[in-house]
Design a protein around this ligand. Sequence first.
Ligand code: SF4
Ligand code: SF4
Length: 392
Amino acid sequence: MSTTERAAIGGAVAPLDTRGPAAGSGAGAFAEAARQLTVCNACRYCEGYCAVYPALELRRALSRGDVTYLANLCHDCRACYYACMYAPPHEFGINIPQALAEVRHAGYQRHARPRAGAGLFAAMPEALAAGAVAAVVVGLALWLVGPARMLTAQRGAGAFYRIVPYWAIVIPGLALCCYWLGVWAAGARVFWRDIEMRGRAPSAGAAMGAAWDVLVLRWLRGGGPGCPYPDEHPSRTRALLHSLVFYGFLAATASTTIAAIDQDLLGRLPPYALTSAPVILGTAGGVAMILGTVGMLIAKGRSDRQPASGAMTGMEFVFVLTLGLASLTGLLTLALRSTGVLGPALVIHLAIVAALFVTAPYGKFVHAIYRYLALVRRRMEQDGDGRPAAEL
Ligand code: SF4
Ligand code: SF4
């Protein structure tokens, strides 16, 4: 059944405004999401599940910016899919998690800058891109260090840098980090414009409120009983796995920051004592991220494919796997630091971190920034400061 036929069956569908700067990309995904959301706006059965439905109810017609905004408020819990009396095989074919995931996926490419980088990653599978970056880094390290030094045990202060020179870690690392953050900042600007918030600065209260929503993973409660993911049975499992990865990532970031201060401001070179803050935080964060990513991969493998977007599932799988491998190789580098295989462990860890840095601006990791901005807009709407364009 075509979108037009479904629209007719679904009832009056508000015309989708496909003009504007984002027009011409992912138009089918937008039109299908708008059709389904229009049915939902008449039904409203799912309004207690998440932030999407209350925000939808503020709108009488859906612009392209509205669909982008609502898609990024969705966190793919799938509660609405399992509750829906119009889900396939019903002829209305309502499948909101899939429709919104398709819109998000199209947006990850459309918002990313520079466009050449986004186009390059759009042209190849994320796994291939990550693998290619990791292989290049391993090749460069072997060329720079040589196999003999790579397999020589190094101990004491500065052991890591006797294998891979300090400059060869810090300069590319800083360059990749700046590139990542620059692409994110540019993407955030484009996203803010695409959700029709250009010229409307986020208020401090909305920014802090949305940050709180993120910190406490507020919307992963699924309206109370939890997310029905990976199957139709609601549980807290997904919230737990996200907490492990999210707080593990924060702990690992804190570990790296403290280590950088120790090294570059206080002159204390790694490796650090097992009881030091960088090692304790890094170990706790790494273990949490490994547990969380392994759990997520298992859940993803078991998850119901019907409400999923195939393109998004592949992207998520590569991102979670890369994150898990970065954590695992980081812990292995710590565990093997007094042995002759420290060199290979360190180089493989650096290669995977580089793959994460290069692919992050164009893959699933960008959901963090777009979702945060969507939550900021939601807070602004609640405060009467980010009203839907139709209401202005
Ligand atoms: S997903 Fe289905 S049940 Fe829920 S609001 Fe939309 S049409 Fe209604
Ligand atoms: S999948 Fe979950 S978060 Fe997304 S719209 Fe449905 S209930 Fe809301």
